[in-house]
Design a binder for this molecule. Structure first.
Ligand SMILES: [Ca+2]
Length: 329
């Protein structure tokens, strides 16, 4: 029974991993969930923001605050702990972190899980990044009984959006993976109903589940990530794990060896075309002109969103039409 559970769980995890990385296959093998590699493994991790205005031109936050990333909170754990999961409800700690970047209650939840069911090996963190395309690094330690890694980084500003990983297995049977690189995409914690990066606080009641935000979901033109021309969003961030030698001594201590660098030296930045959006026309104005000849009337509309990256340009914003001048007796 327990074996079955482990197998199906591991298959799930492998599947999540595969959808991101895209190789190997999800075969239920009974050994797969057991890590028989050497007990401890240390990894250097690099988080790279790819949230640029070129890739995400719609409502890109430029001021107060400009696009940036919160600190990272992560944990190495066994299958008995889940920091967050897609289609599951966010815990209070995950809510506080996704909405406000407050790590305190999430850390408490992790520590409690560590004490009660010994499902946690260590917590790791990384400093915030003051631009959408910055980079930061830290280190983590995993244990053969706790080979899974989960983390979250809040998208700032946003209502309750974050990027992260749920239960990535760093162990591969009898050895630790040498390196893993993942593209990250935005998630919605399901606790705030705001639609745009700068939406005011608006609690979702009752609370919804954690969902992936895609170019077409939520399917609403007001949503900051809604790009009907795209099949999928470009990755908004990237995370790489590289196994290193040595070990970290502290258990359940925050491992916060932070290096924040400036803007990333961009690899191929994908430019996302954004079409111009205009308002509906105003009503026609008064017909102006002298009595006895044709007059002119005007109507206008305004730009709701400027086009970018070779999206469809804005159409005319003024229109004129001939008319009979009014009040000609
Ligand atoms: Ca939300």
């Amino acid at each position: 029974m327990e074996k079955m559970f482990l197998v199906s769980k591991s298959c799930n995890l492998v599947f999540i991993f595969l959808t991101i990385v895209g190789h190997s296959s999800c075969l239920p093998r009974s050994e797969e969930s057991l890590c028989t590699a050497e007990e401890l493994a240390k990894y250097s991790i690099v988080f790279t923001g790819r949230w640029s205005q070129a890739s995400f031109p719609k409502q890109y936050p430029l001021y107060r605050p400009p696009a940036q990333w919160s600190s990272l909170l992560g944990v190495t754990h066994s299958t008995d702990y889940r920091m967050w999961k897609k289609h599951g409800p966010a815990s209070n700690g995950v809510r506080d972190f996704a909405e406000k970047g407050e790590a305190w209650s999430l850390m408490k939840e992790i520590e409690t899980a560590g004490e009660k069911i010994q499902s946690v090996h260590g917590i790791f963190s990384m400093g915030s990044i003051s631009s959408g395309t910055g980079q930061a690094t830290t280190e983590l330690e995993a244990h053969s009984r706790h080979p899974f890694v989960s983390f979250m980084v809040r998208i700032v500003p946003s209502p309750d959006w974050f990027v992260g990983v749920d239960s990535l297995n760093l162990c591969d049977g009898n050895q630790w993976k040498q390196s893993v690189t993942l593209d990250l995409h935005p998630y919605d914690a399901g606790t705030d109903s705001g639609f745009t990066f700068s939406s005011p606080n608006f609690a979702t009641i009752p609370q919804a589940t954690v969902t992936a935000i895609t170019a077409s979901s939520p399917s609403h033109p007001a949503n900051s990530f809604f790009y009907p021309r795209l099949k999928s969003l470009p990755p908004i961030a990237k995370m790489s794990f590289t196994k290193i030698k040595g070990r970290i001594d502290s258990f359940l201590d925050i491992q916060s060896n932070v290096t924040v660098t400036g803007n990333e030296i961009e690899e191929n930045v994908s430019e996302t075309p954004l079409d111009c959006e205009v308002s509906v026309w105003s009503p026609w104005g008064l017909c102006k002109g002298s009595c006895g000849s044709m007059g002119l009337k005007n109507r206008t509309r305004y730009i709701r969103m400027k086009s970018a990256n070779n999206g469809t340009a804005c159409p005319n914003l003024d229109e004129q039409r001939e008319c009979e001048p009014e009040n000609c007796v």
